[in-house]
Write a protein of this length. Sequence first.
Length: 415
Amino acid sequence: MSEIRKKAQTAKEASFELGLKSTEEKNSALLAMADQLLEDTAVILHANQQDIERGRNNGMSESLIDRLSLSEQRIAAMADGVRQVAELEDPIGTKVSSWERPNGLEIEQVRVPLGVAGIIYEARPNVTIDAAALCLKTGNAAVLRGSSSARASNQALIASLHKGLRGQAISPDVLQLLEDTSREAAKELFTLNQSIDVLIPRGGASLIQTVVKEATIPVLETGVGNCHLYIDASAPLEMALEIAINAKTQRPSVCNAAETILLHQEWAKNHLPRLLDALHEKEVVILGDEQVRKRDSRVQPAGERDWANEFLDLKVAVKVVDSTKAATEHIRLYGTKHSEAIVTESQADRTLFFAHVDAAAIYHNASTRFTDGFEFGFGAEIGISTQKLHARGPMGLIALTSYKYLIRGNGQVKS
């Protein structure tokens, strides 16, 4: 039996017992895991450094190195996220709705775990912790398949979580890390319908599309983030500049960073040089349309591909439009339905933007960088869904649940 099949079966068996654990038992386990992460910080950082060195030797880009890198602060933040998950209300067993039929049957809809979640992700060791915490809280076992680039980090993190679970009411078997990161192993994982109930890919477009196309297991699809910031004619200068710089440069390697800035022609006429200077000061490479290039010789020409590109780097496309409607049409053509933002003082333009833009998260006078489970108060997230079925946007506890109907009768039979 292969490693993947064996670990998936182990997770499935452990999920039955996990689904019966009380909220108190799950929370106790989560707090123990968080404490153990902090205790093992030095060991985790040592393993992470091995991955970083190997990545640089293999020519990994700095944006991916940033996603891969851990620090004392990031580990502390992960532990804090686990504690926040412990503090959240447990959705399992809660009543969604109830009603009584004319024949006297009492019907109740309650939340239940999905069972076993397979999480497939790239150079993001933080996903190991987020997935483990959210799955455990919702009574789901987790089969984690990280990338080879983060193998040492993920091994250290799972070892720490397993250590934290010792002595708790929950078996470490509920968290399984797959050591085999080959493509052949991934294909095997995609078809383990008897052991795994849902697959959740987190990574670039190539990974996500591979899982969607090849998996026979249901997929909770997370999406890439070609996010836009539209600065309307009435946008206050300082607010617009601050939001633009934050959305693009605060952490450019993540999916909720802005990749295109759209400018109303009236705002551009008065303030475009200030925006371009602010971006250049942050060492952002700017690709612009003809109107933008005319105002600054440092701007490179933007091609059709650039409007659709998720740069994940200090690079941005800038375009001038003649109306809010034109901005929404550009977003409809090139957006990925992730996160979009408008800066405006006009209630009418805000309303139009909110109504016409189809995205999981739409912001008014705020940075796209807030599309995140932690920022939404979920404690952590399993990913950001850009689809519309089952879950959309940052996926927290509720996204990892299904429901069942409990029907109470007193002898009813169907005539």
